[in-house]
Design a protein around this ligand. Structure first.
Ligand code: FBP
Length: 551
């Protein structure tokens, strides 16, 4: 493999570990835990892994007589910077435990376990991947591990390779499934431990014990660099409004963090839209008023950030999308008839007639292109794929219409020209920031120590993250502690609670207190690219979200 000069230098970077993991480790068990809600139901569903104590590691004095331990690792879901370092941390951790320990990677995500596709991760193989972005070392996938048949099939290969533990690196759903797997293997005395690791650029897997998911730091730094560059371009040419959609599926953590970093004129927060029950028109009016106010001051340019999941948080759109999902069920007679029609306008007309009066009016009011995007193929769960909907264009076109009305009414004088962007894939495989490089390595190492301690059903947890890495607190949190019951596909299911942006939280409150000033004045900040070498004040800063939350 040919590697860049930066990658070569980064290969030599030794990620930092918390002090407690640098030598022999002592395990401290805390109080027994309870799930965040629905304790009775969760306890009944997880009789073997419910209520376990919190675990923290401290520097120890004695080392235990250890046997080699074979471990399997799986990367699950969307890529996030630092995944390779989690694997490096597990590898170094189990090799320290015993040099004859082995690490196997299941290829292409959870499906690799079921289909018995694996590779042994050796020191030489791993070397080129240390401190790099991407999940290409073993690949990732979105197969859901939730059926007994899958667990049994997986057990066959685990037993064949004498694997005693599996680490699942994933988001909330993958870690929920890791816990189901842990519970099942305990219930049949399979002798296989399962440990989870918190991954997702979306930043929505967090709680008291998991301060942030890995990848969020690097991805938001990459997007902030790009947004800053665009802000500077906008402030130089002074002729465009840039509408930028940002990844993050449901939660708006990415948009909020990027706003805190770059101080744009507008940043929509989906959670606020839902809370205030804003209509699409309310959002358009809010944006148009800001555009007009800037134009009145001679500023016909600006930057607006739009979270990817916005559309589903607008109450009327949510209802419309649900109705469309029901009408366009894959394999239904109507879907077949609908797909056979060539004429888009006729297709939309046909659909609009099948909707309730309110949704039909909303559907008919949408620009044709967006209405068509809402009818595209559903995902494997029958849901509309929000990342395919060009919300930034929808809003840009609607703001333009609104401004034309305002012009006629004499309340707006200005020029409105737009540029559209979508940032998502640009940040998911970036070389991890020093923060993510250290955090991920520490998470992997923590997982190895949890395995060495015989634990199962835990998620690796590394806290105190706004302090230098040496002071981070490593340990384990029972996955059941983060669970509640939620309605999924018509059934009550135990799931890890998704962390949306809290409107009473410090990051949002800070943003809300500044946004009026950022809207009318031009206060852009240009963060520039991630720095890997240089002063700590530039290279080792965690996200503003984390700093405000922990202040
Ligand atoms: P995870 O939740 O699996 O980490 O994925 C996050 C994400 O990057 C979202 O932000 C985005 O909506 C989605 O993945 C895109 O999925 P895909 O990679 O399948 O296009």
């Amino acid at each position: 493999m040919t590697i860049s000069a930066l990658q070569q230098e980064r290969a030599n970077y030794q990620p930092k570990l918390p002090l407690s993991l640098q030598g022999n480790v002592r395990l401290i068990e805390g109080e027994k835990t309870e799930s965040v809600a629905d304790q009775k139901e969760i306890a009944a569903l997880f009789p073997n892994t419910y209520g376990m104590p919190l675990i923290t590691f401290e520097p120890g004095t004695t080392s235990k007589e250890a046997e080699p331990i074979h471990v399997g690792v799986i990367l699950s879901g969307g890529q996030a910077p630092g995944g390779h370092n989690v694997i490096a941390g597990i590898f170094d951790g189990i090799k320290k435990w015993h040099p004859d320990s082995r690490l196997y990677g299941f290829k292409g995500g959870p499906g690799g376990l079921v289909d018995h596709k694996f590779v042994e991760i050796t020191a030489e193989f791993l070397q080129d991947f240390r401190n790099t972005g991407g999940f290409d070392i073993i690949g990732s996938g979105r197969t859901k591990l939730e059926e007994k048949e899958q667990f049994d099939k997986g057990l066959e290969i685990l037993q064949m390779l004498e694997i005693k533990a599996v680490v699942i690196i994933g988001g909330d759903d993958s870690n929920t499934n890791a816990c189901l797997l842990a519970e099942y293997y305990e219930s049949i005395n399979a002798g296989v431990q399962v440990i989870g690791c918190p991954k997702t650029i979306d930043g929505d897997l967090k709680n008291e014990m998991i301060e942030t998911s890995f990848g969020f730091d690097t991805a938001t730094k990459v997007y902030s660099e790009l947004i800053g560059n665009i802000g500077r371009d906008s402030n130089s040419a002074k002729k465009y409004w840039h509408f930028i959609k940002l990844m993050g599926r449901s939660a708006s953590h990415i948009g909020l963090e990027c706003a805190l970093q770059t101080q744009p004129n507008i940043c929509l927060i989906s959670e606020e839209v839902a809370e205030k029950k804003m209509t699409l028109q309310d959002i358009v009016d809010y944006m148009a008023v800001i555009v007009a106010a800037r134009a009145a001051g001679g500023k016909n340019f600006g930057v607006a950030l739009i979270p990817e999941g916005l559309i589903e948080f607008i109450p009327e759109m949510k209802v419309l999308i649900h109705e469309l999902n029901d009408i366009l069920v894959e394999g239904s007679a109507f879907e077949a008839e609908f797909k056979a029609i060539d004429d888009d306008a006729f297709r939309r007309h046909l659909l609009a007639d099948k909707l309730t009066a309110q949704s039909s009016a909303v559907f008919r009011s949408l620009p044709a292109g967006i209405a068509n995007q809402l009818t595209l193929d559903r995902d494997s769960h029958g849901n509309v794929q929000v990342s395919l909907i060009q919300t930034e264009i929808l809003l840009g076109e609607m703001v333009k219409e609104k401004l034309e009305e305002m012009k006629k009414a004499g309340t707006y004088k200005g020029k409105f020209a737009t540029q559209y962007h979508f940032f998502g894939y640009e940040g998911r495989c970036a070389a991890p920031s020093n923060f993510d490089a250290d955090y991920c390595y520490s998470l992997g190492y923590t997982a190895a120590v949890l395995i060495g301690s015989g634990k199962t059903g835990y998620m690796a947890s590394v806290r105190n993250l706004t302090r230098p890495a040496g002071e981070w607190i490593a340990g384990g949190v029972p996955v059941t502690m983060m669970m509640n019951m939620e309605r999924r596909h018509g059934q009550n299911k135990p799931v890890i609670q998704k962390a949306l942006v809290r409107l009473d939280g410090a990051p949002f409150q800070y943003f809300a207190a500044q946004r009026e000033k950022w809207a009318t004045e031009t206060c852009f900040v240009y963060p520039g690219p991630i720095q890997y070498f240089g002063p700590s004040s530039v290279c080792d800063q965690p996200t503003k979200t984390l700093l405000l939350e922990k202040a």
